[in-house]
Design a protein around this ligand. Structure first.
Ligand code: ATP
Ligand code: MG
Length: 369
């Protein structure tokens, strides 16, 4: 079996590094604080939550952990259903009690043919049900004496419902100081910022930010070498170029390692040629995604992305002129690229998040390579 997983969250033991972030999140949670984990897509947010949960279980058996993923929610009912499902998935002594509690929170269905439609309002029955589900950590705590650690993944999507439910969530969560701690994770920097840094929004200033940075090359090198040798292979000369291209991006590193491993014979070693084949396979796999990403950008965003991909600097007038960008246009486009998660600022410098996209843009965006 290929040891490099790149398309789903990792099991807690499989994570490279992230010890510091795990410890921080866990300390905050056990200390009764809420946190927000904001990182680019595929940077390992969900995997990290899994590790925090596993460690919470090891360190403090008094905590009940609840994981809710809001990816794709469209309505108040959707949000309620996601939360219900998360509690339904809980195992352990509370199971029977929870089953009963959830039953009493079942949606009431209007008789067919009455022409009644549920208005999108939080005063409706749906809204009431949502509030009751959101309040379950308090009841769990009162029932069992166990504080809850609740992770809301893809939290920014609660802004997509009509009406947005962040206000309702805040009103319940702020009563939970002694009952639960929350981790809010999200991959859309702009929307996470709206939720937590916009004075107009209910969650303003409500959670301690925790950042996920790229992985260190030395940590990746150690892990990749170890997985190869455990399965009787050597990454050898291919390791350097792999680390260069991955640039610390967790999922891109695993994707490259996966394809390299696949092309390295048992008992053998990879070389530059093996790496080139792996790279071609990787680009064949992500070609559609890159094309779609590019197509969704407006012309000034493309120019900014290309300028950075070619190694230029947005602060340099000459670079901007050669990219046909006015200063304010460049600044605004960069702002949007960061908000959308295509770029991030590391030590004040704008960096393209996906190194495969950066390389493809710099290579002229023609064929896959
Ligand atoms: N610490 C890590 N060590 C090794 N690989 C990692 C790590 N974190 C993430 N990955 C890689 O990234 C992939 C995606 O991880 P995960 O699903 O946890 O990320 P995510 O940020 O939740 O992604 P999404 O934005 O798609 O929800 C994993 O399958 C794995 O290949
Ligand atoms: Mg995720």
């Amino acid at each position: 079996m290929n040891p490099f997983v790149y398309s789903r969250p990792l099991s807690p033991k499989a994570l490279v590094d992230r010890e510091g972030e795990t410890g921080t999140l866990l300390d905050l949670a056990l200390g009764g604080h809420n946190s927000r984990l904001s990182a680019p897509r595929r940077y390992g947010k969900t995997s990290l939550i899994g590790k925090v949960f596993a460690d919470a279980d090891d360190r403090d058996r008094l905590t009940t952990v609840v994981y809710v993923n809001f990816a794709g929610v469209l309505s108040v009912d959707d949000v309620a259903r996601r939360i219900e499902r998360a509690y339904r998935d809980l195992r352990g002594p509370l199971r029977g009690w929870l089953e009963g509690a959830l039953r009493t929170l079942r949606p009431t269905v209007a008789p067919p043919g009455t022409g009644l439609s549920v208005a999108p309002s939080l005063e409706s029955a749906s809204g009431e049900r949502l509030l009751a589900l959101l309040d379950l950590p308090r009841r769990v705590h009162e029932r069992s004496g166990r504080r809850c650690l609740v992770a809301y993944d893809e939290f920014q999507e609660v802004l997509a419902t009509s009406p947005p439910v962040d206000g309702a969530m805040r009103s319940v969560i702020e009563q939970h100081g002694e009952h639960a701690s929350y981790v809010f994770a999200g991959s859309h920097p702009g929307m996470m910022r709206t939720l937590f840094s916009d004075r107009q929004r209910p969650f303003y200033g409500q959670a301690r930010p925790v950042e996920l940075l790229p992985l260190r090359a030395s940590d990746l090198a150690e892990d990749i070498s170890e997985q190869f040798s455990r399965t009787d292979r050597e990454p050898a000369e291919a390791l350097g170029p792999l680390l260069d291209i991955a640039a610390g991006h967790p999922q891109r590193a695993m994707l490259l390692a996966h394809h390299l491993w696949e092309r390295t014979p048992v008992g053998g070693a990879a070389d530059e040629g093996t790496f080139q084949m792996a790279l071609e396979a990787v680009y064949a796999e992500v070609a559609d995604l890159l094309t779609q990403t590019w197509a969704a950008l407006d012309p000034s965003e493309r120019r900014v992305l290309a300028l950075v991909a070619y190694g230029g600097r947005i602060t340099s007038q000459r670079d901007r002129e050669s990219a046909d960008l006015a200063r304010s246009t460049a600044r605004d486009a960069l702002g949007r690229l960061v908000a959308e998660g295509h770029m991030q600022e590391i030590d004040g410098d704008p960096v393209i998040v996906d190194p495969l996209l950066a390389r493809w843009v710099a290579g002229g965006r023609q064929a896959a390579l």
